[in-house]
Design a protein around this ligand. Structure first.
Ligand SMILES: Nc1ncnc2c1ncn2[C@@H]1O[C@H](COP(=O)(O)OP(=O)(O)O)[C@@H](O)[C@H]1O
Ligand SMILES: [Mg+2]
Length: 301
């Protein structure tokens, strides 16, 4: 199955939330990484046919999705960012209710509900009210409902928001196990959520994809541009003012390790280090404010 976005744009009044974005999805896990306001939710809502693009087309195996009518939804599983759980429903009743809305036959829905609650580790609390659940339990229930109809396209909008580190790991493993022969598109602003499970990373900024590839490809492009220097605290501040600095680690001995991205060696004693996806993220998303402040500075001169 191939899902193709062909120059899709979404404009809300003056705001262009998604801007002529093109991408082709085949089976695998896609990690959509971007800061708040990048356009991730708007893009996902268009993919799920909740929102119509202002222009451009979405095609499933080369057929525009409008041509499928309601049939398109049958291929989809969607966990929205602001998913509404019914606090007084039990997990079991909630699943049966949604199965009903999705038009699943009753007997099949019962079997499927049991199977999915087991898969997401909620069997033992199936009869408890959702309002007693932790964030991680709610999100696992959110995944379970999204796959009730065996979707071939699974869209998860910030599914790890509010999870603790242990729940995050569990969630990642669950998504990996689900991903076979499916298109899974997962949005997040947390690099480690997708670093290990995404077959392809899409960095989104201002409604467009600014960088895309496997983790190895994206990280590889930065090789030779990530540096660490050990400096005095005052120098660390001066460096941060001059160039986008990633991590600053204050050691106990009063020295500071500064990690930064720079095409050329930033200091004589800087050491080239192996880049990580987080370096790429910080580079892509930090470059912006520093550019803006530089432009502002130029304006005042
Ligand atoms: N319904 C809407 N009306 C007006 N502006 C919107 C609407 N939805 C999103 N936006 C704007 O579009 C931009 C992208 O938003 P969104 O897709 O929610 O980004 P993300 O999910 O990456 O945080 C933001 O500037 C947001 O304010
Ligand atoms: Mg969002």
């Amino acid at each position: 199955m191939e899902l193709k976005l062909d120059r899709i744009t979404k404009q809300f009044r003056e705001k262009i939330a998604v801007d002529h974005l093109s991408e082709t999805f085949t089976s695998g896990v896609y990690g959509l990484l971007g800061a708040n306001g990048a356009g991730k939710t708007t893009l996902m809502r268009m993919i799920c046919d909740v929102l119509k693009p202002t222009s451009g087309q979405i095609l499933l195996d080369d057929v525009p999705i409008e041509q499928f009518g309601d049939g398109y939804r049958a291929h989809l599983g969607y966990l929205p960012q602001d998913f509404g759980y019914y606090p007084d429903f039990s997990a079991y009743d909630f699943m049966r209710y949604l199965a009903n809305l999705k038009g699943l036959a009753s007997r099949f829905a019962k079997v499927k509900t049991d199977e999915l609650l087991d898969m997401v580790g909620l069997s033992s609390v199936a009869k408890q009210k959702i309002k007693t659940f932790s964030g991680g339990m709610k999100q696992r229930l959110g995944i379970a409902q999204a796959v009730l109809n065996d979707p071939s396209i699974l869209v998860l909008d910030e599914p790890t928001a509010g999870l603790d580190p242990k729940e995050r790991v569990r969630f990642r493993n669950l998504i990996s196990s689900l991903a076979q022969n499916k298109i899974v598109i997962l949005s997040t602003h947390i690099v480690s959520d997708v670093e290990y499970i995404a077959d392809k990373i899409l960095f989104m900024r201002c409604g467009t994809i600014v960088s895309a590839g496997t983790v190895d490809q994206i990280v590889g492009e930065m090789r030779g541009s990530v540096w660490e220097c050990i400096v005095a605290p005052r120098e660390a501040n001066a460096m941060a003012a001059r160039m986008p600095v990633g991590n600053i680690h204050y050691g106990r001995d009063g020295q500071v390790i500064v990690r930064l991205v720079s095409e050329s060696r930033p200091r004589e004693d800087a050491r080239a280090v192996e880049p990580t996806l987080e370096d790429v993220y910080l580079h892509l998303f930090q470059a912006q404010p520093s550019l803006i402040s530089r432009r502002r500075g130029a304006h005042h001169e």
